[in-house]
Design a protein around this ligand. Structure first.
Ligand SMILES: CC(C)(COP(=O)(O)OP(=O)(O)OC[C@H]1O[C@@H](n2cnc3c(N)ncnc32)[C@H](O)[C@@H]1OP(=O)(O)O)[C@@H](O)C(=O)NCCC(=O)NCCS
Length: 169
């Protein structure tokens, strides 16, 4: 599948902001950490700092946020956390992803996770931890298709909701 995972650029602003607006209707953020009225160039600079591990507030770890593109069209995104804190270990883990509603059920999340695993392993993370809400059948299927082994079900450190925790070795 010709899906390209890459950092956001200046040209991606409109598509990424539109995806962020849409994701808020699902109580999620496509552009995690984007502040109200923040300019796109300032957000891109922040992503560069996070990738390099610069100016990290307490509790933050170096991270990459990558857009997923098919034929030049933004279809989703991936967030890669290059280290774990206790809260991340009991919550979202190393990897998260999202596919824009109009592009779902075409295998894109599976491909985003497959490529994200290659990227995060290139940063030295071997046992990749990730999780999903217990009722998120789609995400659980994606994780299992990419080799995820269920560790346990716990209350998330983020909001106390039950999550399934997986590892991909
Ligand atoms: C979960 C999500 C990432 C799946 O994205 P996707 O691109 O549609 O996933 P895929 O096409 O790779 O799906 C792979 C398989 O998962 C299963 N699946 C996906 N979505 C599903 C759903 N809503 N219900 C049941 N099964 C689902 C299917 O078996 C699917 O294969 P199939 O289409 O051949 O039957 C997407 O729905 C999404 O972004 N949701 C909101 C954000 C989110 O939950 N992120 C994950 C956080 S852990």
């Amino acid at each position: 599948m010709a899906l390209l995972l890459r950092p956001f650029t200046a040209a991606d602003e409109d598509a990424a902001r539109a995806a962020d607006e849409e994701s808020m209707a699902e109580h999620q953020r496509f552009l995690v950490g984007l502040r109200d009225a923040q300019t796109w160039s300032s957000y891109l600079e922040r992503l560069s700092d996070l990738a390099a591990g610069r100016y990290l507030e307490p509790g933050l770890v170096p991270s990459l946020k990558l857009g997923a593109f098919v034929d030049g069209v933004l279809v989703g995104r991936s967030s890669l956390r290059l280290a774990l804190t206790g809260a991340l270990e009991r919550g979202p883990g190393h990897l998260g992803y999202q596919v824009i509603p109009a592009h779902r059920r075409r295998g894109y999340a599976t491909e985003i996770l497959r490529q994200s695993l290659i990227v995060i392993r290139s940063h030295g993370v071997d046992a990749v931890r990730l999780s999903c809400d217990i009722d998120n059948v789609g995400s659980a299927t994606v994780i299992e298709r990419c080799g995820g082994v269920l560790i346990d079900t716990i209350a998330s450190s983020l909001d106390g909701k039950p999550i399934k925790r997986y590892v991909i070795a």
